[in-house]
Design a protein. Structure first.
Length: 330
């Protein structure tokens, strides 16, 4: 009897140790993270806002964690290709996604999308924001929104570029077409850099693009800004009016960037990444770097708050898609 009780007590103690050990494991895992290079998958081509910010952030994360954070560009379908790829990767913190607003727009505009913006990811942090802008090649003889609408109607059909079908720059163009009646025809590119270059080269006359991707060309006189697409004038371009100021009220479409991990990534790894990203994005050095690129750091949200933000953006853009009727055929 005594041996039986002792044996049971020993088994109970062993079970308790196993439970405590398993509970402590995630924390120990996070403390050793990362023990090998981390891949940051950027959903757009090199040279655009997502790529530039991604490389700045990856370099700083590498310094913070004393490990390599390697940027891997997987452009196409307004971020869908990269997003679906990361959603299927192991949930261990070694493959992260840096994507733009298209992350929340994709499922609303394309039935073939095979990811859920909230449920299939662990949102880590909101990183940066930038207003979208309506810019034209200087050869286009317009300087204001009313002039542009009048000119476009006179042309009968005007091609406009974006960073990709289903992104915020595409939806900004479609919302503009819907609200103004301008006969715009969408020409999607695989990222901000090629679409901006096409307007600079005169291949297409106009592009809706994030301010970061066009600012250098605007400063050099190679592109002319007509309006910003946000609800308010940008602090970065205070002299450029909003589309709403031309009488098209409630016009609001801007680009934001977020960092994600596959769903199921340990919460303590997500928390560590969130803390470091928020620290980096709030640093005076990073704020200054982004300001020079005409973008704003937007860190500070917890993983839970960023998850709520993503959910709100899903609803907002779903309404925009319903209003404009945009659908993308695969």
């Amino acid at each position: 009897m005594i041996r039986s009780l002792a044996r049971r007590r020993l088994l109970a103690q062993a079970a308790a140790c196993l439970i405590l050990g398993s509970a402590a494991f995630p924390s120990a895992h996070a403390e050793s993270y990362p023990s090998r290079p981390v891949t940051v998958v950027v959903a757009f081509a090199p040279g655009g806002m997502t790529d530039i910010v991604g490389r700045l952030l990856a370099a700083e994360l590498g310094e913070a964690f004393k490990q390599s954070f390697v940027v891997e560009n997987r452009p196409g379908a307004a971020g869908q290709i990269a997003t679906e790829y990361v959603a299927r990767r192991p949930a261990d913190g070694y493959t992260l996604l840096l994507s733009a607003t298209g992350h929340v727009i994709g499922p609303a505009v394309q039935k073939s999308v095979r990811y859920r913006p909230v449920l299939d990811f662990e949102p880590i942090a909101l990183i940066a924001k930038a207003p979208n802008m309506l810019v034209v090649n200087p050869a286009v003889p317009v300087h204001t929104v009313p002039e542009f609408v009048k000119w476009a109607k006179e042309q009968g059909s005007v091609p406009y570029g974006s960073a990709g079908a289903g992104g915020s720059t595409h939806l900004a163009g479609e919302l503009f077409r819907h609200m103004t009646g301008a006969p715009l025809v969408h020409v999607p590119y695989k990222g901000a850099s090629p679409s901006t270059s096409a307007v600079v080269a005169g291949q297409i006359p106009v592009v809706f693009q994030d301010s970061m991707s066009v600012s250098a060309f605007v400063a050099a006189g190679k592109l002319r800004p007509i309006a910003v697409t946000g609800a308010e004038r940008s602090k970065l371009f205070p002299d450029v009016p909003t589309i709403a100021e031309a009488g098209y009220k409630n016009f609001d479409a801007y680009t934001w960037l977020g960092l994600y991990a596959p769903a199921g990534t340990p919460k303590d790894i997500v928390a560590r990444l969130n803390a470091e990203v928020n620290r980096i994005m709030a640093s005076p050095d990073m704020v200054a770097k982004l300001k020079r690129q005409q973008a704003e750091a937007a860190g500070g949200l917890s993983p839970a708050a960023f998850r709520d933000y993503v959910g709100e953006e899903v609803a907002k853009w779903r309404n925009t898609v319903k209003l404009t009727g945009v659908q993308i055929e695969q």
